[in-house]
Structures are given as structure tokens and as C-alpha cells.
Design a protein around this ligand. Sequence first.
Ligand code: FE2
Length: 424
Amino acid sequence: MSDLLIKNALLRGKKKNDILIQKGMIVDIQQKIDNIDIPIIDADNHFVCPPFVDSHFHLDATLSYGIPRVNQSGTLLEGIKLWGELKPHLTIDALKKRALNLCHWAIARGTLAIRTHVDISDPTLLAVEAMLDIKKEVKDWIDLQLVAFPQDGLLRANSVENLVRALDMGVDIVGGIPHFERTMTDGTESITTLCEIASARSLMIDMHCDESDDPMSRHIETLCKETIRLGLKGQVAGSHLTSMHSMDNYYVSKLLPLMNEAEISVIANPLINITLQGRHDTYPKRRGMTRVPEQISAGLNVSFGHDCVMDPWYPLGSHDMLDVAHMALHVAQMTGQRQMEQCFDAITYNPAKTLQLQKYGVQKGCKGDLVVLQCRDPIEAIRLRPVRLYVIKRGKIISSTKPVSYDLNLSGKNFETDLIFRNQ
Ligand code: FE2
């Protein structure tokens, strides 16, 4: 809980303002606030926004790329098999070391809230224990939400007892993977069981749902129905929903209003969806990301998650949410001005709503959690993925990076904006 005065901050709409944070909270935003005897930084007409929020990640698997081997086919199913081969070799220390490393990467890139799915399939619940420790360890920097995730299938791997134990240990949210159960019927049964567990405990739900190219994978329909039946509206997220990409248009025109009625939050994972989906296609190859622009138009709250960084499913990544928005914009062809802004919202305000973060934003009364980017607005942020000049948590600077610029002086004109390059 610190005090900080940020001078010359460009807010959304290119309005220049000073921001006063006292005792960790934003207490004033005005065109000019007189200097007082507290730490002061000059944002120097750079864009200031709330921190990025990653609504879908796997912190227990991260940074394990190549252990014990790499994914040859690049498919989701080989990734799950490979994770199964890695699990017997996991130790709490190794899990924590890799997760903490990833959290440091996230902080440096301005992400201060992460919802991570934790595999509960192994009865030792080693990963749960490790991630609960990490949650405590990073609590002053990152809001970490844990989802009890039955990676090997709730019914397929007989994981109900493990999942309940994980919740008893302090895991926050109920997860699921209905499309990976043995049959569609088992998938339906798993959703009902999981929603009833969440309802009894008043917990949020976030399921991996229909992560498939199969247009008949329609578990989202059951998830909506159970959400409405159990009075869980606004508490449930559907992650991935990639089968919607391949569904018949008529069916989708019936499904979107149902998702709206159930107030389902959508979480797309563009980097991973574009990589894993369409692997059984020849040409044309499907992109496989869920129908983001249509979901936004239907009034749904849509977020983008990073999902993976260097693990059995994805060999790349640096945990930069601007990479995620950049990929989403391309895959969904969201190149309109308003659409590009919507992509920025999908890594900030929308996931903050899904995670139910309190006092999030750049307004008086919000927490003093902010990022100063070396750019001027959300669209430029996605285009350049620029240096995070300052990352601020409750008024305290927890990460800073020097600005980068290259004056190539190509034709004597001022190329200032175009020559601000991404810090590698
Ligand atoms: Fe995932």
C-alpha cells in the first residue's frame, strides 16, 4: 500500500491526466495535480491502463517443454498423453520453481491477475499443493485464481473425489473437460455433477468445453442448461468453445441467445486454438477459434487467455497478453477500429469481470494497479506490443523497463511513433 503520483499519463481517448494513488488506491485523476511529497513518476505522454488479466492458463504445466519429449503431432490429444508421461516425474519443488518463474515473466509484462487450471487427476494432488503455495507466495503481486481441473476426465479417470479434496484444500473454482469424457453422455453427466458441486459450495465454474473441431460437440448447450437450472447465471465460464467455429450457422443462431440467457463468460485462447485446431484437416484448414465477433455482438462477455507457455501443447510464448490480443485480432479478422479496441478489452476489463476482480480500472476509487506502456493507445499497444515502462501494484512500482527507440531518420521526417519498437 504505497503513495504515488503519476504525471502526464495518456488515458483512453488520448486524454492527458495526472493520477494520484494514496494508500494503494486511486484517489484523484485530473489534468494537473500539484506535486506533493510522495514518489512521482513522469509517464511522459505514454498510455496508462489497468494491468492485463489472463483468464485462462496452466501454471502447473508451464515451462516444461521437452520434458520428457516434445509433441510430434501438435494435437491436443498428444499433448494430454505427453502431460501424462511427464506427471510421474513431477516434484513440488520443480512445479513451484517453474510457476514462480512464469509469474515473474507475467509481472514484467504487466499481467497482475491469472486464472490457472490445476490438474487434479493425480490422487497425490501434488500440483494442487504446489500451486496453493505459489498463490500465497505471489499474493502481493498477482491475484491468482485456481481451477480444479480434471485433465484426464472426471468420469474417465474417476476423479470426483480428487476434485472435491482439491476444493477442500482451498482451490477456488470448479473445472471440467466434458469433450474428453468417453462418450457424449458421460460428458453431459460430468457437467451435471460438476455444476451441482459448484452450486452446493457457491463456487464459480470454468470448464474446458468443446475444445474440438467436431461440430457436434455441443456440451456448451448442457452447460447453459445446468447454469440456468441451478441458478448459477453470471458465475460460469466456457473456455475454448472451439467447436463453435465448425458448427452449422443455424444451430449457432439458436445457441448464442441460450449462452446469453445463462450469462456465460466466453474465454478464447487464440495462440493455442490456432495451433491445435484444424490438425486433422488437409486444405482448407480451419482456424478453430470460437466465434468471437459474433459472441461480442450477441452481448456475451468475451476474454482471451494465454493458456500455455512452453509446455506439452505449445512450444512458444513469453506470457505477454498483448501477443494474445494480437493473435486474436488476426485470427478473428477484427481489424475495425472498434474491434481492435474490443481485443484490448478482452485482455483487461472483460477478464476482470469474469474473474470478478473488485475495484479494477483507471478511475477514482479503483485499486492503484496500473501499467505504463511505451505507446499512446490500446490499438498501438496491440500493434507494437511495446515496452512496459512501469508496472504498478497498489501504488508501488514492482517492475520497470527502459524505453526503447531507434532513430533511423529515413527521410528526415519524424517517424517517432513508427520507430518505437518492441523491447525483446
Ligand atoms: Fe486450457
